[in-house]
Design a protein around this ligand. Structure first.
Ligand SMILES: Cc1ncc(C[n+]2csc(CCOP(=O)(O)OP(=O)(O)O)c2C)c(N)n1
Ligand SMILES: [Mg+2]
Length: 199
């Protein structure tokens, strides 16, 4: 692990629970590089819900909060209203995000400048992982293939939209940086993989 990652991660919490090849680590590392590049470690706070991707900020050695499944957007707004000088980022799984998409209306109505990262692996990842480990891989009710196009959801709520991972042509670090620097609410969709559970 390089020095930058060592200084930003809570080493006692490692290794991460991410499955090999899932992509959560790629976005996590890009976020660390972007935060370091912008010099905003003390000015940023990350809020998450429950799920594999919701662990992304939990490994950060800075202001973070691990919330409840589907509640990251609500907590992020409360935090932003209480601490307007903070850059507030909500990290959501695609399952958790869809449990509270209605929060986008509140964000719009009150002009709450939060950044939303949605990790799109197309499944309820943590549940899939448990089913694989405990129930011999018999998947049940974890498929999110009916999910909506998040660019249209963002547009419907008048929110800026960014994406990474879809065409492999986007610089993840620069996109995360651009999301943080934009002075409006942003929805960043990260296309990732379900990953391969090893244990
Ligand atoms: C209110 C509530 N419902 C269900 C669960 C069980 N649960 C834990 S993680 C999870 C799925 C998370 O999926 P997603 O948000 O897509 O994140 P991922 O694990 O794929 O990154 C579920 C349903 C829970 N913890 N709380
Ligand atoms: Mg998911």
């Amino acid at each position: 692990m390089n020095r930058l990652m060592e200084s930003y991660l809570r080493l006692e919490t490692l290794p991460t629970l991410f499955c090999p090849g899932c992509g959560n680590g790629i976005v996590q590392n890009a976020a660390i590089r972007a935060i370091d590049e912008l010099g905003i470690r003390k000015d940023i706070a990350c809020v998450s819900g429950i799920g594999c991707s919701s662990w992304i900020p939990c490994y950060f050695n800075m202001d973070v909060m691990h919330g409840l499944h589907g509640r990251a957007l609500a907590f992020a707004q409360g935090l932003k209203l209480a601490c307007p000088d903070k850059t507030v980022v909500a990290v959501c799984g695609d399952g958790g995000f869809q449990m509270s998409m209605n929060e986008l209306a509140t964000i719009r109505q009150h002009g709450v400048n939060v950044k939303i990262v949605v990790m799109c692996n197309g499944v309820l990842g943590l549940v899939k992982e448990l089913q694989k480990k405990l129930y011999g891989g018999r998947d049940s009710s974890i498929d999110l293939s009916g999910s909506p196009d998040l660019s249209l959801i963002a547009a419907a709520y008048g929110m800026d939209y960014m994406s990474v991972g879809g065409d492999g042509d986007v610089d993840v670090d620069k996109t995360v940086e651009a999301m943080i620097e934009t002075d409006r609410p942003v929805l960043l969709a990260c296309a990732i993989n379900p990953g391969e559970v090893t244990a």
